[in-house]
Design a protein around this ligand. Structure first.
Ligand code: SAJ
Length: 401
């Protein structure tokens, strides 16, 4: 069997590698970026994901995976391209459409076409219409389904194989055909549904987490005003057998949880008030943290007649990774630097060697030199630092909880 993966990004590339390794499938991986194609064919990983480069080299050397800028005839096609915003948080499915249009001339009887990209409800049916408009003779002759991924960045190899998946076809035959494909390398259960439910299921999963984190972030604001330790509060509330509150932080980052809820609010604005509010609360938390830092710096200056040295601890969007994309910590650091151009701000990210905008400082060095320590990302390294009472500590991520 031959499969063509359209998009070799954070999900497309690992999925292509795992499918090539574990299934009896020859894979052509397609990306519009020639540098990605070149790197992949050289067995070099262009994404940040532990443990996968060796597997890439294996499947490239054995000829099971080959990358190209153009799709080729296959038996199954997978659309794994980004779905960004058009502005005003409206989802943009133009990459999904472009990838679909690129494979339309190659489709033949019996082929499988699957969208994995996070997509607004109705996208799979919309793409099916485009396919059948161009190739009416394929109506009822090909299989079309939606199958979102659920993997956690940093644990992709394990989760791609072991997580359950939801698969929704435009009809039952399509669902079954897609289940057959994924069962070659997925050990989790493949739950059957229709395409629209599968699309909303993906958006629901990430919106659910966003809403839960917003609850924790809202509590952190209440506790700050009430003079109560939010970490202790949550720990105690979670002793209730049916309460399980997540952790507050300096906002929500990454390109999934902070993005996917907008796919619901854009399409169902009147019905999705809680989801919209959660987005606002999580965005506001980053703004609030930056304001807190600025106020603390001002107070220090008034009291000590000099500007403080400030250590901004962490740039990554979550603990113990080197991924800085859509990171609230990064936003906070930029805001603080922009508003206090003369202050001595030490930026720390122990998981990254250098950064093109920020000059990075070693975390122990920054901790020793700073008057104000701002904990933004709960990296393990920071948990080894003492709680020094001679310093002002703003702990937004529970290092000292
Ligand atoms: N966060 C908190 N408090 C918490 C948990 C997380 O503030 O208690 C913050 C993190 O610091 C981070 C953000 O939320 O800034 C997102 O981190 P995450 O670990 O919750 O999730 P992601 O974005 O790395 O991956 C999510 C996962 N979705 C769910 O857990 C429902 C993953 O399974 C999805 O595959 C992925 O989105 C995706 O690609 O959609």
């Amino acid at each position: 069997m031959k499969a063509c993966f359209m998009g070799l990004g954070y999900i497309g590339l690992p999925t292509a590698i795992i499918a090539a390794k574990n299934g009896n499938i020859d894979i052509i991986g397609v990306d519009i970026n020639p540098a990605v194609v070149e790197k992949t064919n050289a067995g070099q990983l262009h994404i940040i994901e532990p443990g996968i480069e060796e597997m890439l080299q294996d499947v490239i050397n054995s000829g099971k995976l080959h990358a190209s800028t153009k799709p080729a005839v296959a038996d199954a096609y997978f659309i794994v391209v980004p779905t960004p915003f058009k502005g005003n948080h409206q989802p943009d499915v133009s990459y999904v459409e472009a990838a679909t249009r690129a494979v339309i001339p190659l489709l033949k009887d019996g082929d499988l076409y699957v969208i994995e990209s996070t997509s607004p409800v109705g996208t799979t049916e919309q793409m099916a219409d485009i396919i059948f408009n161009e190739r009416p003779e394929l109506k009822d002759k090909i299989y079309i389904a939606y199958c979102p991924e659920r993997v956690l960045p940093g644990n992709v190899i394990y989760e791609l194989v072991h997580n359950d998946r939801v698969i929704g076809g435009i009809n039952e035959a399509s669902t079954r055909k897609a289940q057959e494909f994924y069962s070659q390398f997925v050990k989790g259960t493949l739950h059957a549904t229709n395409a629209r439910t599968a699309e909303l299921c993906k958006l629901t999963e990430n919106s659910s987490r966003d809403v839960q984190i917003a609850f924790a972030n809202e509590l952190s604001l209440i506790c700050d005003k009430a003079g109560i330790n939010v970490w202790e509060l949550i720990e105690l509330a979670n002793k209730h057998p049916r309460v399980n509150i997540l952790q507050p932080g300096c906002g929500v980052g990454g390109h999934c949880i902070a993005v996917d809820p907008y796919f619901i609010t854009a399409e169902f604005p009147a019905e999705s008030r809680l989801i919209a509010d959660a987005r606002e609360i999580n965005n506001y938390k980053a703004f609030w943290c930056a304001e807190r830092v600025k106020n603390e710096m001002l107070e220090f200056e008034i009291k000590n007649h000099r500007k403080p040295v400030v250590a901004m601890m962490g740039l990554a969007f979550k603990p113990n990774i080197d991924d800085l994309r859509e990171s609230p910590a990064k936003q906070i650091v930029s805001r603080v630097i922009q508003s206090c151009n003369n202050a001595d701000i030490l930026v720390v990210e122990p998981n990254v060697n250098c950064h093109n905008i920020f000059k990075l400082t070693d975390y122990k060095d920054a901790f020793d030199r700073a008057d104000i320590i701002v904990m933004l990302t709960a990296h393990n390294q920071f948990k080894t630092l003492p709680k020094d009472s001679s310093k002002i500590i703003l702990d937004f991520c529970g290092i000292y909880k």
